[in-house]
Design a protein around this ligand. Structure first.
Ligand code: NAD
Length: 404
């Protein structure tokens, strides 16, 4: 078994060692309900045929239809998709939305595809998995290297808008979906701020990954006059202890494609960025960034995991021992799937909700989830990841064992 699914199982076992749910629940959740694999045949622009490996993992649906993104990446593999599907089961349960956990992927470097080839790949994916997806069965969404472009095509090919979320507004997408992950993280942080002993005037932020989630989170912080002292993307990091000008950085990144060499800052390596002194460190890029190798040098009060799986189990223990609170991915970035659920709900009811209604509902969901996780963590004197897993296990157990 490869490392990332093993990391998920360790997280699950650690939560189960705090609260006894019986052996049956662990047996049911330790592997996905269904693993689907297909080879997709696509005709390329030059007339040649290419075959791509495609996956859909349906981890659990006790609380509602399977829910989770489709990732296009050259390194997509079964272990990774399985892990992400399982985390979705816990994320939807923590967020308190009536959905389960799933994930899909295609092993492809989508940057080498023309738009027409990508459209053909989306249609091939839909037709390969058609019997196993649907508004009441399994509802995919965008993930790394997929977007509303792909979701609009899948919805059209399938023939129902509610088969996917993350669509363009014109095709039935929800207002507020594009900002939901970062806004959700912000609401969680605000709800827990006093308990985490973060001074509202003084805390500084470092963000690893200036992409969709990270750049949006930077905008929100800037709107609230919170100082961002470090930012990175795949080209490297930048640092200014006095705070970066986020509006100027946004324009600079748009113009140059990277954050490197931004005026008024010094270039730093990605590893160094993670170790900067700050109030809140926000990993918003990749998996396994905080590990046994660097956890002891993390110099933040709080880690807000906008990325999926950025901290390993061993690092969790080191951070907790140092008094650094980690707001885990299943809570911190669950705003995205929460507004995805709102999109599905609007499609099912034939409604279109205004942005302020979506935002109010998101805030309410995030604050409730944050409170529930905090109570479980503080009552048991454990980290918030285990608190979040315990909350999810309670909700999953209730859904599975409720009398019919
Ligand atoms: P994205 O591709 O838009 O952004 C990723 C950013 O990380 C890019 O700026 C990239 O340059 C940077 N990056 C890549 N390698 C890096 C490295 N080694 N060091 C520093 N930066 C690096 O992706 P995204 O949608 O913002 O997603 C980021 C993370 O958040 C992923 O783990 C994703 O699963 C998670 N997430 C995103 C959403 C969402 O709604 N976008 C929802 C839930 C979880």
């Amino acid at each position: 078994m490869q490392k990332s699914y093993q990391n998920f199982l360790s997280q699950l076992e650690r939560a189960l060692s705090v609260k006894d749910f019986g052996t049956e629940l662990y047996g049911l959740l330790r592997s996905p309900m269904k693993q689907l694999e297909h080879k997709l045949e696509v005709t390329m622009d030059d007339g040649s045929q290419r075959t791509f490996d495609a996956y859909r993992i349906q981890h659990n649906n006790w609380r509602g239809p399977f829910k989770g993104g489709i990732r296009f990446h050259p390194q997509v593999n079964l272990d990774e998709v399985k892990t992400l599907a399982a985390l979705m089961t816990f994320k939807t349960a923590v967020a308190g939305i009536p959905m389960g956990g799933g994930k899909g992927g295609v092993t492809v470097d989508s940057k080498t595809l023309s738009l027409g080839e990508r459209e053909s790949l989306d249609r091939a994916w839909t037709n390969a998995f058609r019997a196993n997806i649907g508004p009441e069965i399994d509802v995919p969404a965008p993930d790394v290297n997929t977007s509303s472009f792909d979701m609009d095509i899948i919805a059209e090919e399938f023939g129902h808008p509610a088969v996917v979320t993350g669509k363009s507004i014109e095709k039935g997408g929800s207002l507020g979906r594009d900002t939901a992950t970062a806004m959700g993280g912000w609401y969680v942080l605000q709800k827990l701020r006093e308990r985490l002993l973060l001074d509202p005037e003084m805390f500084t932020v470092v963000i690893q990954g200036y992409g969709n989630a990270g750049a949006m989170f930077a905008d929100i912080c800037a709107r609230h006059n919170i100082k961002i002292v470090g930012v990175s993307d795949s080209s490297g990091g930048i640092h200014n202890a006095e705070g970066l000008d986020i509006a100027a950085l946004k324009a600079y990144k748009k113009a140059t494609g990277s954050v490197k060499d931004f005026s008024g800052s010094r270039n730093i390596h990605n590893g160094e960025l993670l170790e900067l002194e700050c109030g809140v460190l926000v990993p918003a890029a990749l998996e396994s960034q905080i590990t046994v190798d660097n956890a002891a040098r993390i110099n933040a009060k709080v880690v807000l995991e906008l990325a999926n799986g950025p901290t390993t189990v061993e690092a969790d223990d080191i951070l907790f021992g140092k008094g650094i609170q980690v707001i885990p991915d299943v809570l911190a970035n669950s705003g995205g799937v929460t507004v995805s659920y709102f999109e599905w709900d609007q499609n099912m009811k034939g409604e279109t909700w205004p942005a302020d209604k979506v935002d109010d509902m998101l805030k309410d969901h995030m604050e409730k989830a944050a409170e529930e996780v905090w109570v479980r963590a503080s009552n048991n004197n454990i980290d918030m990841r285990r608190g979040a897993f315990i909350l999810a296990l309670e909700r999953l157990q209730e859904a599975n064992f409720k009398p019919s």
